[in-house]
Design a binder for this molecule. Sequence first.
Ligand SMILES: [Cu+2]
Length: 126
Amino acid sequence: MLLRSRAAIWRPVVVLRAVATVTVGAALVSTTHAGAASTPTAAAKVTLKNIAFKRAVVTIKVGQRVTWTWQDGQFVSHNIHSVGKPRFAGAPAKTKGTHTVRFTKKGNYRYTCTLHPGMDGRVVVK
Ligand SMILES: [Cu+2]
């Protein structure tokens, strides 16, 4: 009983350490990942569900963040691939989790999921 509750307490600490390592390894200053203690609230949230980005177009202000959340289940992978310019840090194909990007310059940021033609999105930074 005592061992069980200790495991439950320590598990989140291990997860946070793993996430921190990944963030540093990626060397993308503007990118954060789910579970990081310092992740601020996103100005806009986009879901990846039913082979679509919803909402497909979001508008934010300079300095704000967008968080994408994978919600199509374990059998459907999606990625986020920046298209044209300006570019931003995308995400590799995966089936769950989140991806957060802070946009520091104005622009029309187009992106797509390269696995699903027509699965397109855009972030308008004003
Ligand atoms: Cu996709």
